[in-house]
Design a protein around this ligand. Structure first.
Ligand code: ZN
Length: 388
């Protein structure tokens, strides 16, 4: 495939505005690229109308390497603030602009093209590659959760997520996330007779004041990721100034570390809620939205070291082995039956989720070269280990 054809595939992907939805159009387009190759096994896994995950498998018996990318992008925000239209895929010099240029349609295009070139060239692989293209990564990794539950990661020997780490970083460990909500239900009455009502704000504040000290007890620090983070970021309640509030709620975001599995935190939050609900009039309800486990990872795992070596060679730089403060699809795929290493390495710039998001075309083309070297090297290495 020519460099120009590779750029056009990325432009086409950016021109599909898959903003937290409409991933089926991306999946259809990618599937159409594989259509000329009957040996590629193409499966669509529908999450919701207009939202299909895509799984494409090529190769033969032997170890299987997963290549993962999400097809959704975050919103463009105020489009007039962009110098380059967010869904045009405009090229200026070495920069290709658009929402998803960095996070992560360039990474997605690069892994797709890697597979297409293997097919085009009739490369004989010592194993297989499985493309796992997901929906809803930016809003909760539920596409990855669905594919994992359906068994699509059960045969993996390794997983490479093409998120925009930059090719000079291999991410082997990542924080988990817990977003939780507490709703306080009271009884609204005229504020001249507060004794007849129940003040939902007062009761919510009991939780607010108690949860900080509970979370502050987690003093273990991860050498790479840092400490457990807990922040109450949203709070609302009440109807008007002369009514006792019947409703109040807050939302908090937690960034967890491997030392504290999410279940430890759930148990503590639930115990605190249960304890407060013993008090007269208090009614607090706790819920979570799409929590993710932290990824412990091992910096010396063969896949991590191989990715570093190959990136060093191809890009001529020193690739760092690092941790990530954000969760990724790997947290879901690691729940699969297989025991494997999940890493993140992909082309990117520091403009992800911002206006005038872009990718360097040089880095994008280099990423394809990198994946094309990594895949056979990993399969060969894994097969050799199995046979010894
Ligand atoms: Zn991403």
């Amino acid at each position: 495939m020519t460099p120009q054809a590779k750029i056009e595939i990325l432009q086409h992907l950016i021109q599909i505005p898959s903003v937290n939805d409409h991933e089926a159009q991306v999946a259809d387009y990618i599937a159409s690229l594989f259509a000329p190759y009957p040996q590629a096994q193409i499966e669509k896994v529908t999450y919701a109308p207009g939202r299909d995950n895509l799984v494409v498998t090529i190769g033969q018996d032997g170890p299987q390497l997963g290549l993962c990318g999400h097809m959704d992008v975050v919103a463009a925000g105020d489009e007039s603030a962009w110098q380059h239209a967010p869904f045009a895929g405009e090229v200026v010099g070495d920069q290709l602009f658009g929402r998803g240029a960095s996070d992560m349609k360039s990474g997605l295009a690069a892994i797709v093209i890697t597979m297409l070139e293997f097919l085009e060239q009739g490369t004989s692989l010592p194993g297989s590659i499985r493309l796992l293209a997901t929906v809803g990564e930016e809003t909760g990794e539920y596409g990855a959760a669905q594919l994992t539950d359906a068994g699509y990661a059960d045969q993996l020997a390794g997983l490479v997520i093409a998120e925009p780490s930059g090719l000079d970083n291999v991410v082997y460990t990542a924080r988990g996330v817990i977003d939780y909500k507490v709703v306080s239900t009271g009884k609204g009455v005229h504020s001249a007779q507060p004794e007849k009502g129940i003040n939902a704000i007062d009761n919510l504040m009991k939780f607010y004041n108690a949860v900080g000290p509970v979370m502050a007890k987690h003093t273990k620090t991860d050498p790479v990721l840092g400490s457990l983070l807990h922040n109450v970021d949203l709070i609302s309640g009440g109807e008007q100034v002369n009514s006792i509030p019947a409703h109040a709620e807050l939302m908090a975001n937690m960034r967890t570390i491997p030392a504290y599995p999410n279940q430890v935190i759930y148990d503590e939050l639930e115990a605190l809620i249960a304890q407060l609900n013993q008090e007269p009039g208090v009614q607090l309800d706790l819920s979570y939205s799409f929590p993710e486990e932290a990824i412990p990872g091992d910096p010396n795992a063969p896949l991590v070291q191989l990715a570093k070596q190959i990136s060093d060679q191809i890009c001529g730089h020193e690739t760092k082995v690092v941790g990530s403060g954000g969760a990724n699809d790997g947290a879901e795929f690691l729940r699969a039956k297989a025991d494997f290493t999940s890493i993140e390495i992909g082309p990117g710039s520091n403009t992800s989720h911002q206006v005038d998001e872009y990718i360097s075309i040089k880095e994008y083309l280099q990423a394809i070269e990198f994946y094309e070297a990594l895949v056979p090297a990993f399969l060969k290495q894994t097969q050799a280990t199995v046979h010894n």
